[in-house]
Design a protein around this ligand. Structure first.
Ligand SMILES: *[C@@H]1O[C@H](CO)[C@@H](O)[C@H](O)[C@H]1NC(C)=O
Ligand SMILES: *[C@@H]1O[C@H](CO)[C@@H](O)[C@H](O)[C@H]1NC(C)=O
Ligand SMILES: *[C@@H]1O[C@H](CO)[C@@H](O)[C@H](O)[C@H]1NC(C)=O
Length: 233
């Protein structure tokens, strides 16, 4: 199988340009090198984006794909939402400055950027700023369960006072997902913990069942120490 894939790659390297159809025919585990990526026409790059972005990419490759997309649409502002929602691991190539030219009004676009790609805080803060500005005029108190499950990691770039404005019942519905966020700041996690104990969320920790504790996950560690101690959380 490996040998056949190898022959196949030689063939397409010789025939210069890798089309989207060629890419989709590659064995599932094939990782394209930067040199192979460079043979893909921007049109094919866009057409095959769902495939190209589905797994973690080296920085240079993510950057190459993103630059090809931007060139294809003649500018970041013209990249359509149906392409932005498929970026997945290509998202790591976007700089904080790039976000100035992207509009975040579509929940499906927001959902792409809320997944965990180990973005750095500067990238997440740039995304959060766009969401604050663009997202249908929504304030944290307006966020629904669906909004929260799309925002995910983006919430990690909010501050505690914004987090505490989220409606406790929306928090409750989304707790299973929010309790699993990776690398969120202590400030944000503390905000979630103070939502968790509200009446319309989970109420006093003395009443929490094992499944509540499980849903809240890491958020529990950010309750006041005396509460953790008292209820053996
Ligand atoms: C971003 O938008 C600005 C202002 O509209 C424009 O001058 C610039 O070329 C855009 N950058 C990209 C990379 O699209
Ligand atoms: C939290 O962030 C919002 C949006 O950037 C800002 O308006 C607000 O002043 C911040 N609050 C605190 C307490 O830092
Ligand atoms: C958390 O952040 C650290 C350092 O920034 C990084 O090395 C690690 O991969 C991240 N972990 C997850 C699960 O995102």
């Amino acid at each position: 199988m490996k040998f056949i894939a190898f022959i196949f790659l030689i063939k397409i390297t010789v025939s210069q340009s890798l089309t989207c159809n060629n890419i989709l025919e590659l064995p599932a585990e094939t990782k394209l090198t930067i040199r192979e990526l460079q043979t893909i026409q921007p049109k094919d790059m866009v057409q095959c984006l769902a495939y190209l972005g589905k797994e973690q990419l080296p920085k240079s490759e993510a950057e190459f794909i993103w630059q090809s997309i931007v060139a294809f649409y003649s500018g970041i502002a013209n990249v359509p939402d149906n392409v932005l929602i498929l970026l997945h691991w290509v998202t790591t190539a976007l700089t904080p400055e790039d976000y100035a030219n992207i509009t975040f009004s579509n929940i499906d676009v927001i959902q792409n950027f809320g997944l965990n790609y180990n973005l750095d805080m500067q990238q997440l803060m740039a995304i959060a700023d766009r969401v604050r500005e663009d997202f249908a005029g929504k304030e944290p108190e307006d966020y629904t369960y669906y909004d929260l499950t799309a925002l995910r990691q983006i919430l990690c770039a909010y501050n505690r006072s914004e987090i505490e404005r989220i409606h406790p019942s929306a928090f409750r519905e989304a707790a299973l997902i929010l309790g699993k966020l990776e690398n969120c700041s202590a400030e944000v996690m503390t905000g979630f913990a103070s939502l968790a104990i509200q009446k319309s969320a989970f109420g006093p920790p003395s009443t929490w069942s094992d499944s509540t504790k499980k849903a809240l996950g890491k958020i529990i560690e950010f309750l006041p120490p005396e509460i953790i101690e008292k209820y053996k959380l």
